[in-house]
Design a protein around this ligand. Structure first.
Ligand code: NAD
Length: 292
């Protein structure tokens, strides 16, 4: 299949690799040409790790790289596309501009996916008119190469045939899919992970246990791969605060951010990226000390 991936950042580079590994031809485009080059480098390094672990031969890795072509414009990327995956920055106006260009240049029956983390699929699709029936949320997880799930999200106008095509496409990538039938902020996954992390923050602020013990309880007792508080630091507490605010707008006070979280963000304690969030980090990002 011909797949166009628009946006070659963290997610676009991984999604391009997943699609090419599944045997699809991928045309990769980014507004910043340097980003496509950086994506090519990160895909090569990722494939080299698979080869080093004997999970792929060198020839197979070369073939994956050979199936990915950089393109100079959205029109060039989507011209022959059977599937278009938009994964540009999480801004509605930017996604609208991309989909205007996609609509003008892609085949009239191409499957259109948006990798938004929490924007309304219906609102992303407003520039598509009746073609919004071909648009579906295709929510990959970071890193796309490792994470098994693709969460498919229906907008108000998404056709049932679009959902079936997206399920088949996702499974063809070797992923499992779930279908979120309602276009509701946070979908299934972001909504659940937000509420779990919020409850961890509430327990922390009530002084029930240290952050390390709260994280350990969820890792070892509930089989979470990473503690929710350390994950909050990893993704950025500011990002988490904005996500909670928009979930609270949509779903009410159960998502209202805690006073402690607001204070951390106001103080610039944003997590790993600032060297201090709930935990403290050294220059390499290694956790050095637990803050009460
Ligand atoms: P990123 O900032 O790493 O990459 C976004 C890329 O989009 C950049 O390279 C930028 O140059 C490019 N871009 C911006 N405007 C463009 C345009 N008009 N045309 C083409 N390219 C354009 O962001 P990311 O983390 O890869 O996120 C991309 C999307 O995936 C967002 O919608 C985000 O919410 C979603 N998402 C992110 C994660 C995550 O953990 N990072 C997980 C799931 C979904």
């Amino acid at each position: 299949m011909d797949v166009a991936v628009i946006g070659a950042g963290t997610m676009g580079s991984g999604i391009a690799q997943v699609c090419a590994t599944a045997g699809h031809g991928v045309r990769l485009h980014d507004a910043d040409p340097g980003q496509v080059e950086r994506a090519a480098g990160s895909i090569r390094r990722s494939l080299d790790r698979f080869v080093a672990k004997d999970r792929m031969t060198g020839a197979e890795a070369d073939a994956v790289v050979g199936r990915i072509s950089p393109t100079g414009s959205i029109a060039e990327a989507v011209g022959p596309a059977e599937v278009v995956i938009e994964t540009v920055v999480e801004k509605l106006d930017v996604k609208h501009e991309v989909f205007r260009q996609v609509l003008a240049a892609a085949p009239g029956d191409a499957l259109l996916g948006t990798n938004t983390s929490q924007l309304s699929i219906t609102r992303v699709g407003t520039v598509l008119g009746a073609d919004a029936s071909r648009l579906v949320g295709m929510h990959f997880f970071n890193p796309p190469v490792m994470m098994r799930l693709v969460e498919l999200v229906c907008g108000l106008q998404t056709a049932e045939s679009t959902v079936s095509r997206a399920v088949a496409f996702g499974e063809g990538l070797g992923k499992d899919t779930v279908v979120c039938r309602k276009d509701s902020p946070g979908f299934l996954t972001s909504r659940i992970s937000a509420i779990v992390r919020l409850e961890c923050l509430r327990m922390l602020e009530e002084g029930m246990a240290s952050p390390a013990d709260i994280d350990k309880a969820l890792r070892l007792g509930l089989n979470f791969p990473m503690g929710p508080l350390e994950l909050g630091d990893f993704n950025g507490l500011d990002t988490y605060l904005y996500a909670l605010e928009s979930l609270a707008d949509a779903h009410g006070s159960r998502f209202r951010p805690t006073v402690g979280l607001r204070n951390l963000v106001a103080a610039g304690r944003l997590g790993r990226k600032t060297g201090w969030g709930i935990y403290r980090y050294d220059e390499d990002g290694t956790q050095v000390e637990v803050e009460p």
